[in-house]
Design a protein around this ligand. Sequence first.
Ligand SMILES: NC(=O)c1ccc[n+]([C@@H]2O[C@H](COP(=O)([O-])OP(=O)(O)OC[C@H]3O[C@@H](n4cnc5c(N)ncnc54)[C@H](O)[C@@H]3O)[C@@H](O)[C@H]2O)c1
Length: 242
Amino acid sequence: MSLQGKVAVVTGANRGIGRATAERLIAEGAQVLAVDLSVEEIGHLPLHRLAVDLASHDGPARVASEARRLGPVHCLVNNAGIGAAKSLADSDDELIDRVIGTNLRAVLRLTRDMLPLLGPDASIVNVSSVFGETGYPTSTAYAVTKAGISQMTRQLVADLSAGGVRVNAVAPGVIRTAMTEARLNGDEAYRKAMIGGTPLARIGTAAQVASVIAFLCSDDAAFVNGQVIAVDGGWLASRTRP
Ligand SMILES: NC(=O)c1ccc[n+]([C@@H]2O[C@H](COP(=O)([O-])OP(=O)(O)OC[C@H]3O[C@@H](n4cnc5c(N)ncnc54)[C@H](O)[C@@H]3O)[C@@H](O)[C@H]2O)c1
């Protein structure tokens, strides 16, 4: 799975799935540009860093401008995202705008701005969610943005394949990160529901998602295109899908 010398851009890389992905891509030999609101927690890693708010007006363009200095980009990992465990009835305008602005609009804008920088056989990997693939109580705005990310993945295949660019996504199930930690630790009913809903009966790790992202970035996945790959311990397979 060597990514020796190849340039990868990973958003949301300061912690969680993004950080595990940056670490894995570095281990595979990639030069990583790590993007996040803050990049302090990854100060020790051998990578390029950019602190930026991707949801801001000029955020995506700033990432593209920094990436341009590194040469052709082989892999773009659109991982940064925020959760919102609220029913639609409890979601005010500010929450809806923030979730859509971060999880969907910023991803569309960054991907567009990165297109001219993608090298031959480049790969885009989007981080969706099982909640974007099947219904689940609460988190409505969040689930809608993730469904959008899954559809963006398929849509871009139609647009980009002729140029040799592959586009795939991962759909993580419940993964222990800062996004889920407080609820997993503090809400026993939630923790039981998450483990109970996962056929493997455990919570996943960021590294388990990162290894699939690294595979999709690499030429080992050279004929994998337009897929949303669940990394969920069987969560989706055990539910009825349309
Ligand atoms: N943890 C899970 O169970 C789970 C499940 C399914 C999908 N996901 C998805 O995985 C991705 C990573 O989540 P995680 O669990 O590692 O969460 P996390 O909160 O640990 O990490 C997300 C990172 O994204 C960054 N980020 C958020 N908004 C940003 C912005 N506007 N600009 C730049 N950076 C920003 C955060 O600062 C943070 O470092 C997200 O897209 C999330 O929706 C997570």
